[in-house]
Ligand binder design. Sequence first.
Ligand code: C2E
Ligand code: CA
Ligand code: CA
Length: 364
Amino acid sequence: RPGDFVGRIGGDEFVILIDNPRDLKMIQDLAQRIVTAVGKPIELDRIQTKIGASIGFTIAASSDATPDQLLIEADLALYEAKRGGRSQVCAYSNALAEEIETRRILFNEINAALEEDQFEPYFQPQVYTETGEIYGCEVLARWRHPERGIVPPATFIAAAEEAGMIHQIDQIMVEKGLDALEVFMELGMNVPAISVNASPPTLRDPHLTDRLLQAVHARHLPPSVLTVEVLESTLIENDDDVALLTIENLSEAGFSVVLDDFGTGYASMSNLSRLRLNGIKLDQSLVLPVPEPRADSIISALVTLSSNLNMRVVAEGVETPAHFETVKRLGCDVVQGFGIGRPMPQQALIEWYNEYTAQQKRAG
Ligand code: C2E
Ligand code: CA
Ligand code: CA
């Protein structure tokens, strides 16, 4: 409208000043129209091209608001809009500012925690259903926080991922996990392997296979001691060619790759047909309801499917003897869950192992 003002403030950033907007909805609608208009295909030299825009906005609620303050607010909203994906519109609010501040503090803390070496592995045992022998341990990250104590991954994985730091945590778990495996082997424990979790950024690292090979070779171990757990959602969300290639490379190098949280994604079947995987891990949401006819028949069908595709089935979330007996009867190869052992520090796992093997012996 006459009276509105558009300016370029640098690079690909523009500011629009709207004099006396009627209400929030009017700005929202306008922003949406701009995003749509900018997103229209353009023909350049007979080639169709497309650009996009993200918009963050704020309102000067009183005359106290300075231009600098308004620009900061709009910029925070813009940052939030970009986080939400492409071509989004986002409004500034106090709640948003608080959220961003909390996140910023967490980022800084994670950064410091990496410097102070505060991430450590916990180990959760996995055992064969048939023989009771140890199949391996899953390495699960914990943050030993100086004030808050042991912080579980739910608090920091997403933040670390967003801050671009998850890759480092994943790598630390590989190094420390393999160190622990060496200790287990030196003690004569029959723990043949560990499995580690690979976040989407880790999986997108073209050097992942080389780095893992280095990590095992440095300890004179074969790649078969390391299983990489990949989230089904990683593959679906991005339809990620790099990640798919990494998975191929990992298998070729001799590492095992399993699909984690199986049953929580949607394109499971197509992933199974195009990837070379060593196994699937049934999510605990599939396991917790058993024994129950419908839940049982889903697991049974997945076991049949997996064995036809030459894949192992690990049942997660095995909490009770009834869970164990049911998934064993249904043909799952390996179990993991609180009913077998909780995730625990290295020393506790050694103690768990001694107790477990003694009990296995007694049971004959
Ligand atoms: P996940 O990979 O699915 O790991 C299994 C989670 O289920 C663990 O939670 C474990 O403590 C929990 N769990 C095991 N048995 C049972 C059971 O019987 N019942 C119930 N209710 N839960 C059980 P945790 O350790 O809190 O880890 C949560 C998630 O954080 C993991 O889920 C994984 O996605 C992620 N994570 C953990 N460590 C790492 C890591 O080093 N790197 C990456 N990228 N992600 C990690
Ligand atoms: Ca996992
Ligand atoms: Ca899982």
